[in-house]
Design a protein around this ligand. Structure first.
Ligand code: ZN
Length: 124
């Protein structure tokens, strides 16, 4: 690999890693064609729900990967990247009764997103 290619590759990947928000073009595509599939169910579920994993709210066996910031809303309303929303910070292991308990209130989501915007401004 040539030096400039390495340099470009690094620039692109670190940009993606730090950016939690969709570009206008990406958002327009999702609005027109739909939001991408939530997560690779097989692998992600296995990581988040290993055998013996318990619900975060009761001690029942965990069967769900619940979102703090709901996936579709996070993408379409808050313009967050799907890959960012699918990271472990946003997913909680729950039983089927407590799946909605994982969800943050609208207020909390808005505060969190505002903080991300602030951080993104600093990085520019
Ligand atoms: Zn539970």
């Amino acid at each position: 690999m040539r030096h400039w290619q390495k340099k470009m590759g690094r620039t692109v990947s670190s940009k993606t890693r730090n950016n939690r928000f969709l570009t206008e073009v990406q958002l327009a595509v999702f609005r027109e064609f739909g939001v991408p599939v939530r997560y690779n169910r097989g692998q992600k579920r296995k990581d988040l729900l290993p055998p013996g994993k318990r619900c975060e709210f009761c001690s029942e066996p965990a069967t769900r990967a619940a979102y703090r910031i709901p996936y579709t809303k996070g993408v379409l309303k808050h313009h967050l990247r799907p890959d960012f929303l699918n990271q472990s910070w946003n997913l909680i292991a729950t039983c089927s009764d407590h799946i909605t308990k994982a969800k943050w209130s609208e207020n909390r989501i808005e505060r969190y997103v505002a903080k991300l915007h602030e951080r993104a401004e600093h990085q520019r």
